[in-house]
Design a binder for this molecule. Structure first.
Ligand SMILES: [Zn+2]
Length: 43
């Protein structure tokens, strides 16, 4: 059974590759697609 995270992001949280870059809005790490959980980088 797929987790909610996998439905949303396409992979399990432990599979996500984070870059050594911080979101300018919330300070969290940016993932391999350049997106942050807060929504920054989508536009
Ligand atoms: Zn963010």
């Amino acid at each position: 059974m797929e987790s909610a995270h996998k439905k949303i992001f396409g992979k399990e949280p432990e599979e996500v590759v984070y870059l050594d870059v911080r979101c300018p809005d919330c300070g969290s790490r940016i993932d391999e697609f350049g997106f942050c959980g807060c929504g920054a980088g989508e536009s």
